[in-house]
Design a protein around this ligand. Sequence first.
Ligand SMILES: [Zn+2]
Length: 358
Amino acid sequence: MNRILIFVLTVSIYCCAPQQSEQSNADNSTMASTEPNYKEVVCFVYHRFGDNRFPTTNISINDFEEHLMWLTDHHYQVLSLSDAIDYLSNNTPVKKTAVISIDDGYKSFFNNGLPLLRQYKFPATLFINTETVGAGDYMDWQQLKEATEQKIEIGNHTHTHDYFLNRPPNVRYSDFENDLKSAQQLIKEKLGITSKVFAYPYGEFDKKMKTIVKSNGFQGAAAQNSGVMNSITDKYQIPRFPMSEHYAKMFYEKASMQSLKVIKKSPEENLIPNSTNKPLLTLTIDTKGLLMNQLQCFVQGGDCKINILNHNDRQMELTLQSMSDLTQRRRTLYTLTAPDSAGNWYWFSHLWVNPSVK
Ligand SMILES: [Zn+2]
């Protein structure tokens, strides 16, 4: 890497929340990067539709329709996740692109979400955990079959939807792989298709689980940390913005969000190291076009410190660290945001998991 060390800054920036209120409806076909064929895709994850018993995972039917209407009005290309992964690396023209994904396969999607997708002629990717298909609130195989006939891609969300990180490493990986294979087999048997994409239950994974997904032939895997994927994003930890009643009105800001390009990240691992409760994340980011004096980091449930290690006119190397121990929450995000002079916002987040919090 051709990095010019100008001087070492030790700047600490404290903030409480990423600024989200001033994003313009940026056209993400005009990105900061001028690299040929550099592309971005914003991906959303929904769970329940019009089922207000579960506000943290539910979207109202009105809000969902407004999201679809907004994507139509703003001329977004909406793709399934596997098509979006192809789009990021092929030679098709750069367009504003979004993915609608739905996890778990609840009946409320079939009853309330699917008819709206049909009306707006949008595809989507539905990740199913096969053990519960047809039970309780979950769609049955016939409903899933009908969904596939309406441009719905079926993704693998494991068989049991378990907390695999709770298992010791000597069984975690074999259990995970067997579970994923059971789901793949059932999807093949019942629907006659081979899922091309995967989603980690609860968005939790470690480095080796990623390699297992890849070695089983999947094109990519969806996580649940917020962010926008781009041409250089690791396709086995695709960020998705969660959509629920609480976040519904932020859809427009998130859809306009751009990807803060991370060139290098250390550690690659999501598990919090045993040696610390305040894990350090080192990033090298592409700063072209960004107002770096407005860089902010955010840690859920506390404050965040940024230390800038070095920078030049194209890149910055920095560390992020929580100011408080990450011992209370199972999953914690470090989020980094910066604007450009046109008022567009750029976003990156890294997930830390503390499996000792059940
Ligand atoms: Zn799930």
